[in-house]
Design a protein around this ligand. Sequence first.
Ligand code: FES
Length: 629
Amino acid sequence: MKQYNIVFQPSGLRGKVLDNITILDAARQLGVSLESVCGGKGNCGKCKVRIEEGNFAKYKINSSISAVTTREEVNYRFLSKQQMKQNYLLACQTKIHGDVVVFIPEESRKGQQVVRKEATTRKIKLNPVIKKYYVELTAATLHDALGDHERLLAQLEKQYKLTGLVMDYPVLIKLQGIVRQGGWKVTVSVWKGQEIVGVEPGQVKKGYGFAVDIGTTTVAGYLCDLTTGEVLATEAIMNPQVAYGEDVMSRIGYATKEKNGLKKLNDAIIDGLNEIAAGAAKKAGIKRSDIIDMAVVGNTCIHHLFLNLPPQYLGKSPFTPAIHHSVNVKARDLGLKVAAGAYVHVLPNEAGFVGADNVGVLIAEEPYNQDEMLLIIDIGTNGELILGNRKKLLSSSCATGPAFEGAEIRHGMRASAGAIEKLKIDPKTKEVQFKVIGNDKWNTEDKNIGARGICGSGIFDAAAQMFLAGIFDKSGRFDMKVKSPRLRMGEKEPEFVIAWAKETAINQDIAIVQKDIRAIQLAKGAMYSGARIMMNRLGIDKVDRVILAGAFGSFIDKTSAAVIGLFPDCDRKMVYAVGNAAGDGARMALLNIDKRDEADYWAQRVEYVELTLEPNFNSIFTKALSFPH
Ligand code: FES
């Protein structure tokens, strides 16, 4: 098959690609950073690139727009007429049929996402799955011909009353050497009182475990001391699967339809976990192979992709997972390079897309031990809700869409340097003050603030502040009678300028457009109606406490969330942000075996509410679209 030269600017990364592949796939193959929030479906408009025309002697390329074919009708939805004239197009909708030079504008380059998943200071009761036993063996002689394995088991029974133990094969392979290295004194790591998963020479008191929260967008790993519960190091990265699609449905599509799709997605997350485990071990001054136990949470799709389980049945009604119950699997079978005998415990799934991450939140917040009526909202790429108390628990998930994460928003972006994360609008003058990630000053204090777009928390603020300043009405429609140079008719629809071009690094005004407000309405309407339907099921009109879980929940402004009507009214003092509760749940499962049982028990008992099957879903959802609701 024909091959062509492609060069990406400004990075200069280049290579040969096959005829008829998309520019987005070419970028992935060559490791070029290019946004692809929807995974290449033509739904997000974030993969804008420009075809450079002319003779590039340096690369021996004569580049022309005629070297590509593109889907104009999709480009038209996201590009202005001006951009189309300038050879801008969507990389995922454009196929290569000749040598070409492609320019990636600043706004389409992936920023390094700020990963906000620090471990919380939550107290965790210790009762780890791995217990260590120190034994002194009598040395073998010609008169005592017991095998080392039998010798060790006999001593463990005699000293600790441990019976019926089995030994993991890689441990057996190294056993004789270690026993002699330790002068017949060894420390044995026993998993669940059943299996010897590690033997070390001499007396070793410390043991290490790794708890992991695999989010759709970010992955966080907590290296813990199993004897004290202390978090020794935290490492976080963007989920490397993002390159294959930002939301779970696009990843299911990729895993199901692309050749080797599941393998690529699985390899991506396993490589990512090996990387963060190595990073955390280095920080803590231990070896990665000292990690003897792991606990993992993630939503149902992530769970399947991590465990190499084909996810196609999850992607269509009735959304059946391969397994609900928790899974214990050898880390080595997944390609994880921790201790050879280590197990990975993956928490159970609930139902639909409400997976092990939500179970993590459940065992961290323990609503089943409370009298108060709790509404727990986990805001991520998917919205997940838990409502209840010790009497009854409901859960549901709603498709908020990626609007809160910056996608489907004209100038939306991830939480990376230069993203507007906080803003205020003067209700009288309509003037805007904003802050960007990576800079402590407001735009009014720093003339070179260099905004690049708006991230999720900025979008919450923008919607709330524009509503309070009367820029749009309850229905979300822009009020063009408002007098402000910031409010104007854009090329296709009304828009309100948040940052003037001179305050940006992308040399164009950053604005919230009418369509953005519609996307926010759909997202917050989905969250609110989910909560309302669950409340109706329990016959209640009010909740006692609202808990915002998820790293994102810690960064949004509680008042903005209430103004746009993200959740039913509740005393503002009773709204709490608890940080990464799913990650806390993973740590609890790592450090306390009872929490694993608790997770399996409650995952089966939470009643899952399929919102779209509710007969009055449409009327509740339609009402919830208004501001505040
Ligand atoms: Fe191209 Fe979303 S539109 S990746």
